[in-house]
Design a protein around this ligand. Structure first.
Ligand code: PBG
Length: 343
């Protein structure tokens, strides 16, 4: 226009011709980016899930390349290495031989069973390492469900809670620092807190899988613990949550906090970060998120094909859990991430 043709280039330009704010100024160097970084990730935020097995059950997990089912000796060695890397906690999951499973999951209550022996071995070798143990019946049942079945074929809530109460106590007595019910029965947190208090286990933490969804992303885990073939075509939708829901997650978390949970978990992870954020904003309690087996398998497969850069994709994913509001993250990549963080 006429005005721009006649304007004097030596005259101070009108501010409107330049951005008033340049967000890129805060990104211009690594040092400045570090000054304004809002979120951090360190090894202490990470929890390493570990599969424990004996005899024929040990070894690689086909659908989770790089993940191994350890025997007790290997488990202790792995935990020692994780402790040296500063990993915050390990979460133990047993692989139970089919011969020890029954329809009630009674082996879960065995004070000399694999889980109890694993807890004792790890706590003896690494007393400072925080040990978390899953409370649920699926590794122990012949039908692969997380509880006992009622006459109608569905998981019987209150009968299952009776079992979980006992299972949590066996694990706490064996030395578990954290018991983590992953079963989604109603009222189990209050019952577990009650039995722990009555037994004098007042320092045992309860990490509740509070908002656990009926997800397709658990497939490789079910392969790892051998519950997939037992579960067959059945699903867990009468107890795990509908992936479509978010208000329901808040109701579940509110109940578990009221019943005595110390930490609440959202699971799976990456597709559910909106839930992590809502839970953190609403309750302000310690929140855990679980980057589950299917997420691991997806990342691993893309990395193996050269489609994703392993370190970049992994560290970004873990950082994003923290940004969404997770205090701690369960990840099969915890050890690898801690190794990178130590560099
Ligand atoms: C079962 C349990 C599951 C996971 C942890 N505990 C699977 C399920 O609910 O069927 C899944 C973990 C993962 O996928 O990494 N109590």
């Amino acid at each position: 226009c006429a005005e721009s043709l006649t304007s004097n280039p030596l005259k101070a330009p009108s501010p409107a011709r330049f951005p008033l704010t340049r967000p890129r100024r805060l990104r211009q160097s690594a040092a400045i980016r570090a000054l304004v970084r809002e979120t951090s990730l360190s090894a202490g935020h990470l929890i390493q899930p570990l599969f424990v097995a004996e005899g024929a059950e040990k070894g690689a997990v086909a659908s989770m390349p790089g993940v191994v089912r350890f025997d007790l000796e290997e488990l202790v060695r792995e935990c020692t290495a994780l402790q040296a890397l500063g990993v915050g906690c390990v979460a133990l999951f047993p692989v139970i031989p089919q011969a020890l499973k029954n329809d009630r999951g009674d082996e879960a209550l065995n004070p000399e069973g694999l889980v109890a022996r694993a807890i004792k071995a790890v706590k003896q070798a690494c007393p400072q390492l925080t040990v978390m143990v899953d409370v649920a019946l699926d590794p122990f049942t012949t039908h692969g469900h997380d509880g006992v079945l009622g006459a109608d074929g569905d998981v019987d809530n209150d009968g299952t809670v009776e079992m979980l109460r006992k299972q949590a106590l066996v694990n706490a007595r064996a030395g578990a620092d954290i018991v983590s019910p992953s079963d989604m029965m109603d009222g189990r947190i209050g019952q577990i807190r009650d039995v722990l208090e009555r037994d004098g286990q007042k320092n045992t933490l309860i990490l509740s899988y509070a908002a656990k969804y009926a997800s397709s992303f658990y497939g490789p885990f079910r392969d790892a613990v051998g519950s997939a073939r037992n579960l067959g075509k059945a699903d867990k939708r009468t107890y795990q949550m509908d992936p479509a829901n978010t208000d329901e997650a808040l109701r579940e978390v509110a109940l578990d906090i009221a019943e005595g949970a110390d930490i609440v978990m959202v699971k799976p992870g990456m597709p559910y970060l909106d839930i992590v954020r809502r839970v953190k904003d609403t309750f302000g309690v310690p929140v855990a998120a679980y980057q589950v087996s299917g997420e691991y398998a997806m990342l691993r497969a893309a990395i193996a094909n050269g489609w994703l850069d392993e370190r970049g994709a992994l560290m970004e994913a873990l950082l994003c859990f923290r940004r969404a509001g997770a205090d701690m993250i369960l990840s099969y990549y915890a050890k690898q991430a801690a190794t990178w963080l130590a560099e």
